[in-house]
Design a protein around this ligand. Structure first.
Ligand code: SF4
Ligand code: SF4
Ligand code: FES
Length: 215
């Protein structure tokens, strides 16, 4: 078992287990850091794809990702500054430029991590300066208990990990660039795969792209 260490985040003195990622130490102490791709169970091998969890650590020349940075004794961490806020806003705008925003009709509304980030950081959900790209891809209703809407996917990769560890490993990230998306192997509808309908993917989706319909 690791040892407890002391660190300071945004002026608040907290304790964490040595080596735990700063993201989880902060969240456990009610200090919010935006995050989409990280899952605590994966903290030893974070994917670090969303680039929203930037923080500054005193003594380090550049911002780092809180989901990959281990907590160490005596660290002094800041989650907010002009440059951090700019980085997070730019990253969030880019993600949202590709997201079909329809909160009024979205089953995730209220429990949505995108809404939370926008609220916490006072960022508009709909980016002002970027052109909104609507791919208008068809939804997958082929599985009776899960709906997949690729137009809402923010490519965080959580569902792929969850499906691999708790489900039947039918989901994967495919293609490159603007065409990158979560799909099934062979790009076939979910209902035609070995999907067990366990709902692990929907449980971790932060953006209403995978919704379980029979909870
Ligand atoms: S996923 Fe969130 S931001 Fe997107 S439409 Fe649903 S509630 Fe709105
Ligand atoms: S479907 Fe949801 S969990 Fe999966 S990558 Fe897209 S946003 Fe993330
Ligand atoms: S949560 Fe750290 S990069 Fe996504």
């Amino acid at each position: 078992m690791g040892k407890k260490i002391n660190l300071t985040i945004d002026g608040k003195k907290i304790q964490a287990m040595e080596g735990d990622k700063i993201l989880w130490a902060a969240l456990e102490n009610d200090i919010y850091i935006p995050h989409l791709c990280a899952m605590k169970e994966q903290q030893q091998s974070p994917f670090a794809g969303c680039r929203l969890c930037f923080i500054e650590i005193e003594g380090k020349p550049r911002p780092v990702a809180a989901c990959t940075e281990p907590a160490l004794e005596g660290m002094v961490v800041n989650t907010r500054s002009e440059s951090i806020d700019r980085l997070v806003e730019a990253g969030f705008n880019l993600i949202m430029s590709n997201h079909h925003i329809d909160c009024k009709n979205c089953a995730a509304s209220g429990a949505c991590e995108l809404q939370k980030i926008a609220k916490e950081r006072k960022i508009r959900l709909k980016p002002k300066k970027l052109v909104q790209l609507d791919m208008n891809l068809p939804k997958d209703h082929s599985k009776d208990c899960i709906i997949y809407d690729p137009n809402k996917c923010v490519l965080c990769g959580r569902c792929v990990t969850a499906c691999r560890t708790e489900g039947t490993a039918v989901l994967g990230l495919a293609y490159r660039g603007f065409e990158r998306m979560v799909t099934t192997f062979g790009d076939i509808p979910l209902g035609e795969t070995e999907c067990s309908g366990c709902g692990s993917c929907a449980n971790v989706c932060p953006a209403g792209a995978l919704i379980q319909t029979n909870k």
